[in-house]
Design a binder for this molecule. Structure first.
Ligand code: URA
Length: 236
């Protein structure tokens, strides 16, 4: 017997947290009965329906994409713009693990395994993400120091784990700064620099946990190895 929210997450339709919301809001039925109790346990024999659709226990798949610029990190778009899903040939209903902005490039994982996604995204696991930001202007040591001390974004503080100037170009008046963060707020890196008065011109996610784009050109993807998948499970 397994918890209902875990079974829903494992089926790939959502993260564990989203599954809890689905249950609480009365969108989940077990053997024809609406279940809103989070602790409910189910077995393989139980018929689970979410929004009227029978839960499909499909094969788990895992991809690593080197996301190019100008692609949305969603699975569909009402304006018919290109999404990351359009770049990957696969039958399963995969979705991105976290998100990158339309103009951000680099490491993006996609899966139909909600538990796997949850391990990487849950704030308590503090999974590091490394970004390389090209910013307008020559960033000062004082600004780097201020970033390291933490920046108020939205309604909470963000403390980067590491901030390092990689290169400064006096001629073009630009700087390249590597930032490691473990939170997952929207536009977090751009907001960090904005708080110090700098605009991000280009942003690349170089690393997510231990994943990098090594060997993948922009727009290319590969399947994760079983070893990589277990390594993520061991981060729990
Ligand atoms: N921070 C941002 O500002 N944008 C991204 O795409 C990712 C992190």
């Amino acid at each position: 017997m397994e918890r209902l929210q875990k079974v829903i997450a494992q089926s790939g339709i959502s993260s564990r947290r989203k599954a809890e919301e689905l249950i609480k809001s009365g969108r989940v039925f077990v053997n024809g009965k609406c279940v809103q109790e989070l602790g409910t346990k189910v077995s393989k024999k139980d018929k689970i329906e979410v929004d009227g659709k029978i839960l499909n226990k499909e094969k788990k798949v895992y991809y690593l994409l080197n996301k190019p610029r100008g692609v949305l990190t969603t699975t569909s778009d009402d304006k018919n713009r290109k999404t990351v899903k359009d770049l990957i040939e696969c039958e399963e209903r995969i979705y991105p693990v976290g998100r990158l902005d339309y103009d951000t490039t680099g490491v993006l994982l996609l899966t139909n395994d909600g538990e796997f996604a949850n391990i990487l995204m849950h704030p308590s696991h503090e999974i590091p993400k490394v970004y390389l930001a090209k910013i307008k202007g020559l960033i000062t040591k004082e600004s780097i120091h201020a970033l390291k001390k933490g920046v108020f974004i939205g309604n909470s503080m963000v403390y980067p784990d590491r901030v390092k100037i990689k290169k400064q170009d006096v001629k073009t008046q630009t700087s390249f700064v590597e930032v490691t963060i473990h939170e997952g707020k929207n536009h977090e890196v751009k907001e960090l620099f904005k708080a110090q008065g700098y605009d991000v011109i280009k942003l690349t996610r170089e690393q997510y946990a231990f994943f990098t784009t090594s060997g993948l050109k922009s727009g290319e993807y590969r399947k994760l190895t079983p070893k990589e998948v277990s390594k993520v499970y061991s981060l729990k």
